[in-house]
Design a binder for this molecule. Structure first.
Ligand code: PEP
Length: 227
């Protein structure tokens, strides 16, 4: 199983350091990714945990106020990026074209990409066929044959709401996505200690992308230990 934790705008530089040190000592054989805020990016040299960036601008450097580019990521050997997260699509207004060009840039630079897709509630209300159609449109301009790719299905209505998608829903959507996605496929959206067992037992789920429930290192590890 892959366990990816997205801190979003939580944790500081010092609390991230402490978190990584705690989790590093606990984690043995899971594949674990942590996405701290950019201010907390660092090398964390003695850790098996992969550190990724939640976002970056598709540039080496330049005049892009408030953004970070390759040069800043290279300093810490960061080679993993989250692209297409619904908060960047919905709150920060990144459109599919922006997302596809960001994808292309980081693909060309050999990054491991966790690419997020997910439908809003209005689409979900129209049934599974409408959901699949919507999700497939989020692959426009995206090279699904990229071999350093992980896809994360995260229904927007399940993110940060405490209401995860049902096991049946996850199974149905993942099964349909697996027809086009050959890379590992994660589920995300209010994954918690009480739901991890059922979610990780779904054959088509290769891992989880976790927001709020990853913020405490011990609790995140507890989630990884539930089989
Ligand atoms: C996320 O933002 O990727 C996420 C899944 O958040 P949460 O676990 O809080 O729903």
């Amino acid at each position: 199983m892959i366990f990816a934790g997205n801190f979003k705008t939580n944790h500081t530089r010092s609390s991230t350091k402490e978190y990584i040190s705690i989790l590093t000592k606990l984690v043995t054989n899971e594949r674990v990714y942590i996405f701290p805020p950019s201010i907390a990016l660092d090398k964390f040299e003695d850790s098996s945990i992969k550190i990724g960036t939640q976002n970056a601008y598709p540039t080496k450097n330049g005049a892009f106020t408030g953004e970070i580019g390759l040069e800043q990521l290279d300093e810490f050997d960061i080679k993993t990026i989250l692209i297409g997260h619904s908060e960047r699509r919905e709150v920060l207004n990144e459109n599919q074209e922006d997302i596809a060009s960001k994808f292309k840039f980081f693909q060309d630079n050999g990054f491991e990409i966790i690419y997020c897709i997910g439908e809003p509630l209005e689409v979900r209300k129209n049934g599974e066929k409408a959901v699949i159609e919507y999700l497939l449109s989020q692959f426009n301009g995206i090279d699904l044959n990229y071999d350093n790719l992980i896809v994360a299905y995260e229904p927007i209505w399940a993110i940060g709401t405490g209401v995860s998608a049902s096991i049946e829903d996850i199974k149905g959507i993942h099964k349909a996505l697996k027809e086009v996605v050959k890379s590992p496929l994660l589920y995300g959206g209010s994954v918690k200690i009480d739901t991890i067992k059922d979610i990780s037992n779904i054959d088509e789920v290769d891992g989880v992308l976790v927001g709020s429930a990853c913020l405490d290192a011990n609790k995140f590890y507890e989630m990884m230990s539930i089989k």
